[in-house]
Design a protein around this ligand. Structure first.
Ligand code: ADP
Ligand code: GLC
Length: 475
């Protein structure tokens, strides 16, 4: 089958979070299964663009409202990512360094979607599936069905929409209506949710199938979906949960060039210690104490706002028997609290405020525990990276965390779980981590080996998506 993935992020071209990891890996694994999966994304001005060779494959022009724009599509020449990668350039709109965070994001992603649809409409053949990811591509399943210029050619192509995060929906007011390409007017209701144009809702209504990135998250969406609960209930027939995998080639402690000492299951204790030593030296921490780390966006969804208090309280309550390290960026208020704590808790806590792919690898490798107290976690990849690197995940029982981590109190359990995102429960979990690290060495060693042997590679999930696509093909 020929599958076209359309997304705003794709590692290593441009990544903000897990969406980038997924779009950078899933197509590769689908190709390994014998299909032809490609990725189309905006051409941001990132390092990857300048470091690689490209060929021009198409040029066109479109408009949003009265604004006429020219677009061009380039393709990476060497297929080095394991799939064909296409970037869409729209000058003045997509030619920026960052993926998100501009005032005109609505217009940017609208223009992107209009250009992608126009390009596919000009192909001399039809792909078997269009697979869209998150709200930045949420209008596409609607447009291919109902846009006047597209529907004749494209309406029979099955569309799949994957929800990586339903918190963000791409809302726009109906004032923006005039920016959309002409479509069958009586279908306006397909775009609407609570008197707004809602690209995520439009995708859930228009796509042939909707998937979420874990099964538990889908169940949660029926009850809590940032206003879309009723829509998910109405559309439940076409929704399913497929757990993300991880790219075990990029995330492999036995070959990872971003860590100081590579290791496998047999050498895990020594290997992790060397990496921990590097972290301890860099961040002024104590190698003999358990090291609990957090990596992620400093936002409420990740419960990052609780961390300053939870960490300070844990250090006091557990008499300084533990070290913490944070890597992340996000709300300035939280960043500033961490910066203050670097001084206040010197020797016990440190943080790196910013984004660093190499440091993240070193932290997965050198930490004893990885903390994820998330309020919302559709899947979560960090805990799966932690498992692969023999690092014990400490997670709130929610979404994908619940589906991938079993508490050490259970038979063959290997993680620490808690039910609520509160300072109290985090502090209690820290106590359990300290106890495991200091007093239950045998169990700790067993857990490391066990976690590293768990297979979270994309093999099985990539096939599950193929099964979904196949179910949509005309017999
Ligand atoms: P989300 O997509 O909600 O942010 P995920 O757990 O799915 O959460 O994925 C987060 C990804 O982003 C992981 O690859 C993680 O290592 C990475 N990441 C998050 N913050 C940082 C950071 N500050 N520096 C480096 N990598 C980061
Ligand atoms: C989103 C979710 C995260 C998930 C990722 C990849 O960003 O917040 O839980 O792992 O997408 O699907």
């Amino acid at each position: 089958m020929e599958i076209v993935h359309i997304a705003a992020e794709c590692y290593p071209v441009a990544k903000v979070g897990g969406l980038g990891d997924v779009v950078g890996a899933l197509p590769k694994y689908q190709n390994e299964l014998g299909h032809t999966a490609k990725v189309v994304m905006p051409m941001y001005r990132t390092k990857f663009l300048y470091d690689n060779q490209w060929e021009l494959v198409h040029e066109g022009s479109q408009q949003i409202g009265t604004h006429q724009f020219h677009y061009s599509i380039i393709k990476e020449k060497t297929n080095q990512l394991g799939f064909d990668l296409y970037l869409i350039d729209i000058n003045g709109v997509l030619d920026r360094e960052k993926v998100y965070g501009y005032e005109d994001d609505t217009e940017r992603f609208l223009a992107f979607q209009v250009a992608v649809c126009d390009w596919i409409n000009r192909w001399t053949h039809r792909p078997d599936v269009i697979h869209c990811h998150d709200h930045h591509t949420g209008l596409i399943p609607f447009l291919v069905k109902y846009a006047i210029a597209l529907k004749e050619n494209l309406k029979d192509i099955p569309t799949v929409f994957t929800i990586h995060n339903a918190q963000y929906q791409g809302w726009m007011s109906w004032d923006k209506y005039a920016l959309l390409p002409a479509f069958d007017n009586w279908k306006w209701g397909m775009l609407d949710w609570n008197d707004m144009i809602n690209p995520m809702a439009a995708a859930v209504k228009s796509a042939w199938r909707v998937t979420t990135v874990s099964q538990s998250y889908l169940q949660e969406l029926y009850q809590k979906a940032n206003g879309l609960e009723q829509l998910f209930l109405e559309e439940r027939q076409k929704c399913s949960g497929i757990l993300n995998g991880i790219d075990t080639k990029v995330w492999n402690p036995a070959t990872d060039e971003m860590i100081v000492k590579t290791y496998d299951k047999k050498t895990v204790a020594k290997g992790k210690l060397k990496n921990k030593k590097e972290l301890a030296e860099k961040f002024g921490l104590d190698i003999d104490k358990p090291l609990i780390s957090f990596i992620g966006r400093l936002v409420e969804e990740k419960a990052a706002d609780l961390l300053p208090e939870a960490i300070s309280q844990s250090i006091y309550e557990h008499n300084g028997q533990v070290n913490f390290l944070v890597l992340g960026s996000g709300h300035t208020g939280i960043e500033n609290q961490f910066k203050k704590m670097n001084q206040q808790f010197k020797g016990y806590f440190n943080s790196y405020i910013g984004y660093s792919e190499p440091l993240s690898h070193l932290i997965y490798a050198g930490s004893d525990f990885l903390l994820m107290p998330s309020r919302v976690e559709p899947c979560g990849l960090n805990q799966m990276y932690a498992l692969r690197y023999g690092t014990v995940p400490m997670v709130r029982s929610i979404g994908g965390l619940k589906d991938t981590v079993k508490d050490m109190g259970e038979k063959e359990g290997f993680g620490i779980r808690f039910n609520h995102a509160t300072v109290q429960e985090i502090t209690y979990a820290v106590g359990r981590a300290i106890d495991l690290h200091q007093h239950r060495t045998e169990q700790f060693d067993w857990m490391r080996g066990f976690m590293m042997a768990i297979d979270h590679s994309w093999d099985s999930s990539a096939q599950q998506y193929i099964d979904v696509y196949q179910s949509l093909q005309k017999k």
